[in-house]
Design a protein around this ligand. Structure first.
Ligand SMILES: Cc1ncc(COP(=O)(O)O)c(C=O)c1O
Length: 410
């Protein structure tokens, strides 16, 4: 008899959609607008800093909570951006990307049977993290137009078992930037029910059209109940470096650190040092004409380029204000599911995109299209050539098909 391989706790995880589509993209040489990573070079200043720190032999274990000068720079950055004083000694923890900190937070907070509210569509790691901690995910739908929650539904999701809420703003995959009014509504419920918030803000610097990123921790009464998680991956175009951080009051920081010390203990010292250099460099500290402005300008141009392509093939993207994804409605193209469409697009057209149904629990996918609409996600964190190549292939494909039915027809 074969040995039992995996714990029951892992039941139903399967292979992530990103792994499947990336493998298919490689196999078919597709222009990869699927997985969310930049395919362009990282800024020279940060690569030079990392190389220098390796060369200077900062190659041994960093302190478990993170390199002190990095924690100091993160605390100073938070204060500069949001006016809140954070103690780098007891309120900042550095770990192996936001991914690890999400799990650390969950393992540190959740007891078996505790409930954790997530918003659907949901970034793919949240529900497995909750499950690994023995908790139960309580999905609350974000619905079009505007990806709004229903206030009654949200209020009803809070029960005596609710331990935490995970919010992600700017939001993957929708690009929604939650408004202050929405965050205040959520904050009122969390305070009333004494619930902790885990706020995933890895796209905090990628904001468009004058939208404002507001960390929920900055609202009255929320600092003491929020773990804010961010990462250098998106901001400095180095998703493979895996340096993330959590900012939280001492009791919540203790919970995160207690698990972090036994999950990875620490992550790469030279990359932490390089991030500290980047955060303290003059061009990231000045308020105008700095690195972040240039980053947003470059992303704005890529977004315009991909929007024009999607519009030209009859798949205009939905409005978005943050992160680096565009969503197009693919429900009228004759495919049985968004997954079928994305597999076809990757293998036959040579353009990889991600279906959004895997961002929903299976119950929601089955229940109604209003809850899990049929959308494909296109990532625009790509070189101009990649987007141009994708455009050529998409336009060629659309020319070979009969025109889309008009709005009146369906
Ligand atoms: C919403 C969200 N959270 C977390 C992560 C993971 O961040 P990291 O690469 O720092 O682990 C991602 C990566 O795509 C993401 O989109």
């Amino acid at each position: 008899m074969a040995a039992r391989a995996a714990a029951a706790r892992l039941g139903g995880f399967g292979t992530s959609i990103f792994t499947e589509i990336t493998a298919l993209a490689v196999k078919h040489g597709a222009a990869n607008l699927g997985q969310g990573f930049p395919d362009f070079a990282a800024p020279a200043f940060i690569k030079e800093a990392a190389a220098r720190h390796i060369d200077e032999d900062r190659n041994q274990y960093a302190p478990s909570a993170g390199v002190p000068r990095l924690r100091a720079a993160l605390a100073a950055g938070w204060q500069r951006r949001y006016g809140q004083v954070v103690d780098p000694g007891s309120e900042v923890t550095v770990a192996c990307g936001a991914t690890e900190l999400l799990l650390d937070a969950m393992l540190g907070l959740v007891d078996p049977g505790d409930e954790v509210i997530v918003f659907e569509p949901t970034y793919d790691a949240y529900v497995p993290d909750i499950q690994m901690a023995g908790g139960v995910a309580r999905p609350v739908a974000l619905r079009l137009p505007g990806w709004r929650w229903d206030s009654a539904e949200l209020a009803a999701a809070f029960t005596p078992r609710t331990r935490a809420v995970i919010i992600n703003t700017p939001h993957n995959p929708t690009g929604k930037v939650f408004s202050v009014a929405e965050l205040e509504e959520l904050a009122r419920l969390c305070i009333a029910h004494d619930v902790t918030v885990i706020s995933d803000e890895v796209y905090s610097e990628l904001i468009f059209d004058g939208a404002r990123h507001v960390p929920i921790a900055t609202l009255p009464g929320m600092r003491e109940r929020t773990i804010t998680i961010d990462s250098m991956g998106k901001t400095f175009s180095v998703t493979g470096w895996k340096v993330g951080w959590a900012i939280a009051p001492p009791p919540l920081t203790d919970a995160v650190r207690a698990t972090h010390q036994f999950v990875t203990f620490t992550n790469s010292a030279p990359f932490q040092e390089a991030l500290a250099d980047a955060l303290t460099a003059p061009f990231t500290r000045s308020e105008t004409d700095n690195y972040y402005h240039q980053l947003r300008a470059a992303y704005g141009a890529r977004r315009a380029q991909l929007t024009a392509i999607l519009e030209s093939i009859g798949l205009p993207p939905l409005p978005m204000a943050g992160a680096y994804f565009l969503l197009s409605d693919v429900s009228r193209l004759g495919f049985a599911s968004d997954l079928d469409f994305c597999r076809f697009l990757t293998a036959e057209v040579g353009v990889a995109a991600i279906p959004i149904s895997p961002f929903y629990s299976s119950a929601a996918q089955a229940s109604s299209p209003a809850r899990a609409p049929m959308l494909a996600r296109f990532c625009f964190a790509k070189r101009e050539e990649t987007i141009v190549l994708a455009g050529e292939r998409l336009r060629k494909w659309r020319n070979f098909r009969s025109p889309l039915p008009s709005a009146e027809e369906g």
